[in-house]
Design a protein. Structure first.
Length: 235
């Protein structure tokens, strides 16, 4: 039986350093600039979390701070991240995602993943899947997870709205989370800090670092869009 695919992300807004890494690809963001590397880090799993090493580029430890969020075939853990990127020290928050059930792209037009990390006890994660041939966002299947004061909070319904530029890249976004049907939704908003676009196995991938806000909390995270190359205009 094959091991679940791992995706690691870290967000250090204090130093403008962010990154996303998986097998065969690493994206590093420094301020508003980005570099795409053709290799992913070697990842070791230990009792306290994961260690990621890419020679000359990064050496990072990911230690979970909360129970995993189960989101549509993906288990995501909020982590404390420590180590170095190049010659600079990193101490921030990040995520480790284990894909247990891979997306079936014959049945999908687009897949969007969002993370918004505020502190070790407050975070928001979401995955939205667009079925093949769907007319718009209303047909998306959205799975959402909210961490509030260290405790997971069930989200009954979530909606994601996005503003794109002329090339189909996400520039800003809003989320509405219905937790209690008798209460107004919790709202989150985000704007892009840095981004990178590439093609990967027949998909257009737009990976962006976002600055997020929920109420009086500000944090950092990601908004990644993957869409069939021929369907980029419909994402």
């Amino acid at each position: 039986m094959s091991q679940p695919a791992l995706s690691l992300q870290f967000f250090d807004p204090a130093h403008g350093l962010h990154g996303s890494a998986r097998s065969g690809m690493t994206l590093l963001f420094d301020g508003s600039g980005s570099r795409a590397l053709p290799d992913g880090p070697a990842v070791e799993t230990g009792a306290d979390g994961w260690h990621a090493e890419l020679a000359g580029e990064l050496s990072l430890d990911f230690a979970p701070v909360a129970e995993p969020a189960e989101l549509d075939g993906v288990a995501v853990r909020i982590c404390r991240v420590t180590g170095s990127v190049g010659d600079r020290s990193v101490r921030c928050l990040g995520t480790v995602a284990e894909t247990v059930a891979a997306p079936v792209w014959g049945e999908l037009d687009a897949l969007r993943t969002i993370s918004a990390l505020f502190d070790e006890r407050h975070a928001l994660l979401a995955i939205a899947s667009r079925p093949r041939g769907a007319a718009g966002h209303d047909a998306e299947r959205v799975s959402c997870w909210l961490l509030d004061d260290g405790a997971p909070v069930p989200v009954a319904e979530a909606r994601i709205s996005t503003v794109y530029d002329g090339a189909g890249r996400q520039r800003s976004a809003g989320l509405e989370l219905w937790i209690d049907e008798d209460e107004p939704p919790l709202r989150a908003s985000g704007t892009v800090v840095a981004g990178s676009s590439l093609q990967l196995e027949g998909l257009d991938v737009h990976a962006a670092v976002f600055r997020w806000r929920v109420g009086d909390r500000e944090g950092a995270g990601a908004y990644e869009l993957m869409a069939r190359s021929e369907d980029r205009a419909a994402a």
